[in-house]
Design a protein around this ligand. Structure first.
Ligand code: MG
Length: 389
């Protein structure tokens, strides 16, 4: 008997909506010209360059959300990045987009984040403001891949394609071309390709569901309270609890979060297909000129996403349970930053050129932003007597 054919309910978009990997595609161009590889396409080479970068390896030692009551089970920036990557690849495949470009963009999307998560980022930004500077993780990521990573004799940086660098610049925000003339090559007055657009939502969906998971594991989130206040969670938890009455709550949480993730992903794919069809989008040029991002959730799922995110903000990210950890991270980063700006001779020798060109406040920020959580703590302990004097 013939097996039934399994078909996707998702119809691929017109192929011309995807970024091409052909050598003639402008987004495959690199800052420094290199001969083509015998059997690897340009975005496949970018993927390899990102994975082999030191800044990528350091994601393993950076907090995603949790330092609270240390556990081996919490996500790090690296495991979060891997989760975003697999989700982004799934969405790209369903939509018929460029999987290699999508994967490279997902792997690099958090490479510019400082230690200790958003608390660390806020602290570093505040410390820099005293010197007239700001911390911007997209621009920091761009500097990592174009300058800080040193792996080639002929040029600094990883020499990534224009497509990946544009995606880094446009992750979760848009820059004003007038305020940022240095970013002129990244099409600031046009929309990013769909491969870059989907990363932002893959990131949102991945961390939202993962943070519920880690939040429950940590004991900070309360199951009954979440069921009462997060409609999408309860939508899946209630039927699972009725169906598996003997199951442990932890398994029902797992099942519910998987269903939430699946619901967001399916909705994202369907809604994006609809949005592209409604706008009559048939190729990349039309994606870029659409005037808005076309990869989106439906309004119902967007409302549910915002509700869930707001819940996490109040009851997890800004909760009393994590405030002491955030306060400690802020104190350590502020103290080490000020200390190294006061006495840049404490910086490693390979910062000498940057110190001359960029000055101490920027160079120290770049140095601290690159640190893992444990390395930051070790540096703080090493200079504590100086820092806190
Ligand atoms: Mg992320």
């Amino acid at each position: 008997m013939n097996q039934p054919t399994v078909t996707s309910r998702f119809a691929p978009l017109p192929a011309a909506c995807a970024v091409s990997s052909d050598p003639g595609e402008p987004l495959t161009k690199r800052q420094h010209s290199e001969p083509p590889h015998a059997y690897r396409a340009p975005f496949q080479r970018d993927r390899a360059r990102i994975i082999h970068a030191r800044a990528f390896r350091r994601l393993a030692g950076k907090t995603q959300v949790f330092t609270h009551g240390y556990s081996d089970h919490y996500r790090s920036r690296l495991t979060h990045t891997i989760e975003v990557t697999q989700l982004a690849r799934t969405i790209a495949a369903a939509l018929g987009l460029n999987g290699d470009l999508t994967e490279s963009l997902a792997l690099v999307h958090d490479i510019g984040h400082p230690p200790f998560g958003h608390a660390g980022e806020r602290a570093l930004d505040e410390a820099m403001q005293a010197h007239g500077l700001r911390f911007d993780h997209n621009l920091h990521a761009l500097r990592i891949v174009t300058a800080f990573e040193q792996r080639y004799a002929a040029f600094p940086g990883l020499n990534l394609t224009l497509g990946v660098r544009e995606g880094i610049v446009k992750h979760s925000r848009d820059y004003d071309p007038v305020e940022h003339p240095e970013l002129a090559e990244y099409f600031l007055d046009r929309q990013p390709p769909l491969e870059a657009q989907l990363i932002d939502l893959a990131d949102e969906i991945a961390y939202l569901t993962a943070d519920f998971d880690d939040g429950f594991s940590s004991g900070i989130l309360n199951l009954a309270h979440v069921r009462d206040h997060v409609a999408l969670f309860e939508r899946y938890y209630a039927p699972m609890a009725a169906q598996y009455q003997a199951a442990a709550p932890e398994r029902l949480i797992d099942e519910s979060l998987k269903r939430m993730l699946n619901a967001f992903t399916g909705d994202l794919i369907t809604r994006s297909e609809e949005a592209l069809a409604e706008a009559g989008i048939a190729n990349l040029a039309q994606v870029r000129d659409a005037g808005r991002r076309l990869v989106a959730l439906s309004s119902e799922m967007e409302t549910l996403r915002r509700e869930a995110k707001q819940y996490l903000s109040t009851h997890l990210y800004e909760s009393d349970a994590v405030t002491p950890e955030h306060e400690r991270a802020r104190r350590i980063i502020t103290s080490l930053y000020e200390c190294l700006v006061r006495d840049p001779s404490l910086l490693p020798a390979n910062c000498a050129t940057a110190l001359t060109v960029e000055g101490a406040p920027r160079t120290v920020a770049d140095y601290i932003a690159g640190m893992t959580d444990p390395f930051l703590l070790a540096q703080y302990e090493r200079y504590r007597a100086l820092c806190d004097s």
